[in-house]
Design a protein around this ligand. Structure first.
Ligand SMILES: Cc1cc2nc3c(=O)[nH]c(=O)nc-3n(C[C@H](O)[C@H](O)[C@H](O)COP(=O)(O)O)c2cc1C
Length: 191
């Protein structure tokens, strides 16, 4: 009898993130722990440690950042620019960005949205997503998680999203966990 297809046998996941005040790190760690609990080989690293990482060695790459003036912070932008230079010099950046089979990426962002809400976060994921698309990865999801604006109480209580102190909270992280599980089942089902 033929075995059920099971991504656990072959899958390697990588999580790269930058976090100034810990919100994005909480999401990154939740992703990592959930993958591990599902027996997926997963490596987590801060963006500063990921300079030499070979992204094509992984089947599923997560890249996470907070929104800083509605874009990824400098460390993430620098990482992307350096990687683009490297991959361009290797001839990996192809016109019309053909998708490489089995290479998937998920981009995630934490944000406080004090002025315009979610719209302050979408450019972050779009920016990071374009990086992966240029490399031939299929950007399968963008995840947004609300995070307290540490050090600016008014932005965490009177902003567009109301009282966001303590976020991401348990429910937010449960949502992330559910998203990881859902994602894995859909990949496993060949979607
Ligand atoms: C310098 C700075 C700029 C920020 N700019 C934005 C912004 O434009 N839009 C937004 O929604 N949140 C903004 N925030 C809030 C952070 O995106 C939010 O608190 C995020 O969850 C922080 O994640 P971290 O703890 O991983 O650094 C900013 C925070 C800082 C410190």
């Amino acid at each position: 009898m033929q075995d059920e297809p099971d991504i656990r046998r072959r899958f390697r996941a990588l999580i790269i993130y930058w976090s100034g005040t810990g919100n994005t790190e909480k999401v990154a760690r939740t992703i990592h722990n959930t993958l591990e609990r599902q027996n997926i080989t997963s490596i987590i690293m801060k963006v500063e440690e990921a300079e030499d990482v070979e992204l094509y060695d992984y089947d599923l790459v997560f890249l996470g950042a907070p929104s800083y003036m509605w874009l990824p912070p400098d460390a993430i932008q620098r990482f992307i620019k350096n990687k683009m230079k490297l991959h361009d010099s290797r001839g990996d950046i192809k016109l019309c960005a053909p998708k490489l089979p089995g290479k998937r990426a998920v981009v995630f962002c934490t944000y406080s949205g004090p002025h315009t809400g979610l719209r302050e976060a979408t450019p972050v994921c779009k920016y990071m997503g374009q990086f992966f698309e240029h490399l031939g990865f299929d950007v399968i999801e963008e995840w947004y998680t609300i995070g307290e604006y540490h050090g600016r109480e008014d932005r965490s209580t009177e902003g567009c999203l109301g009282d966001i102190r303590g976020r991401p909270n348990k429910e937010d992280l449960n949502q992330v966990e559910n998203d990881v599980r859902r994602l894995l089942s859909s990949i496993n089902a060949g979607k």
